[in-house]
Design a protein around this ligand. Structure first.
Ligand code: ADP
Ligand code: MG
Ligand code: MG
Length: 353
């Protein structure tokens, strides 16, 4: 069988996606699969590289600087431009190593469904619902998972009812608040607002990225604890891991450039807290109709209150990222994790036929 490994993509997480693909490409079991790498350029053009029948012996490293040179022949000079149906055909299994809009939000999953090919990771609904921070909140509420108080607004509402919304933010949430575009990741377009004046700027900023925005209570000094979930009908949950930060806001720079974020795996939490987090993580997975994989992210306050923050259906997936590290600590090495994800993709596909 041939794995079509899609990476790059039209998103802010383009570079991290290349690193994810590099890790996967080194780990695939080439006795069972050939790999067709397909690099999606920033402008959305698909470029197919050389087909691989063994792990490339090229050195690979984790720095973003070299990532651009490391596209395994799928750059413009040696790759060939393709359209999706050139590479996605019978006997292929798609592995979208893509993060953010177009890769993680159900759109490319819809393409796989339309072409009737199996693919790794969440389906259309879970991808779309997980990427949308507002829809996620409605679902978490339905599942009874605790979350921070929030207000959702559309661009139209902001234009027509600004005063009412500002009053609601003041009265229902109080300052400071966090303002986020509904559909995005990697902290892009997200800011904290401490006053009504600042919130106007924050909302206008977020509206540059989406027509829907979430405003939510801001937590000071909360711990950020994440769990990995995996499976189709019988999801399993990992031990929790914690992001140990030097500063409060885990922004794009911190995440991908400064590397000042350390991971504590497993997180230092009591058994009770761990069990509670695992229960909520599984509930979040089920309520979005998760399959394949998802990372569930929580805030834990100093007095051990838990709030779910978000789910990421295609979390960072290099060998050293949180998601695989959580499974490693739970007894599942990276190669096994990849194989199980491929198996889950096939199982879901066969169930539907
Ligand atoms: P993304 O999908 O871009 O990762 P998040 O909702 O996880 O968006 O927000 C990014 C980061 O911003 C979080 O990891 C956390 O550090 C900070 N953050 C988000 N919401 C809050 C909040 N309500 N209170 C305090 N910090 C927050
Ligand atoms: Mg996210
Ligand atoms: Mg996040």
């Amino acid at each position: 069988m041939e794995i079509v490994l899609l990476y790059g993509g039209k998103s802010a997480e383009h570079d991290i996606s290349i690193l994810t693909a590099q890790s996967i490409i080194q780990t695939i079991d080439y006795h069972r699969y050939a790999v067709q790498p397909v690099y999606i350029k920033q402008d959305g053009i698909w470029v197919a590289g050389e087909k691989l029948t063994q792990a490339p012996d090229k050195e690979w490293s984790l720095t973003l600087e070299i990532a651009d040179d490391a596209k395994y022949g799928a750059d413009q000079s040696t790759g060939r431009e393709v359209v999706p149906t050139d590479v996605l055909s019978e006997n292929t299994l798609a592995f979208p190593a893509l993060h953010g809009p177009n890769g993680e939000d159900g759109t490319i999953q819809g393409l796989f469904e339309t072409l009737n090919i199996p693919y790794v990771g969440a389906g259309v609904l879970a991808s779309a619902a997980g990427m949308d921070k507002l829809v996620s909140k409605y679902l978490f509420e339905k599942a009874g998972i605790p979350q921070l108080p929030y207000i959702g607004l559309t661009q139209y509402e902001w234009q027509t009812e600004q005063e009412t919304l500002l009053n609601a933010i003041q009265n229902q949430l109080g300052y400071p608040v966090f303002v986020k575009p509904a559909n995005l990741g990697s902290s892009v377009g997200i800011s904290q607002a401490n006053t009504p004046d600042e919130v106007v700027d924050s909302i206008n900023l977020a509206l540059q990225f989406d027509r829907r925005v979430v405003v939510e209570e801001s937590l000071a000094n909360a711990r950020e604890v994440e769990l990995a979930v995996m499976g189709n009908d019988y999801p399993k949950v990992s031990v929790p891991g914690e992001l140990v930060k030097e500063q409060g806001f885990y922004d794009y720079e911190e995440k991908y450039i400064n590397n000042t974020v350390q991971m504590a795996i497993p997180a230092h939490v009591s058994d009770d807290l761990m069990a509670q987090l695992q229960t909520y993580a599984k509930q979040a997975y089920v309520v979005i109709d998760g399959s394949g994989l998802t990372r569930c992210d929580f805030f834990v306050t100093q007095d051990e209150k838990i709030y779910i923050n978000e789910v990421n259906t295609l979390p960072g997936f290099t060998q050293f990222s949180m998601y695989p590290s959580l499974w490693e600590a739970t007894g599942k090495p990276y190669a096994q994790l990849i194989q199980e994800l491929l198996d889950l993709a096939m199982q879901r596909y066969e169930q539907k036929q």
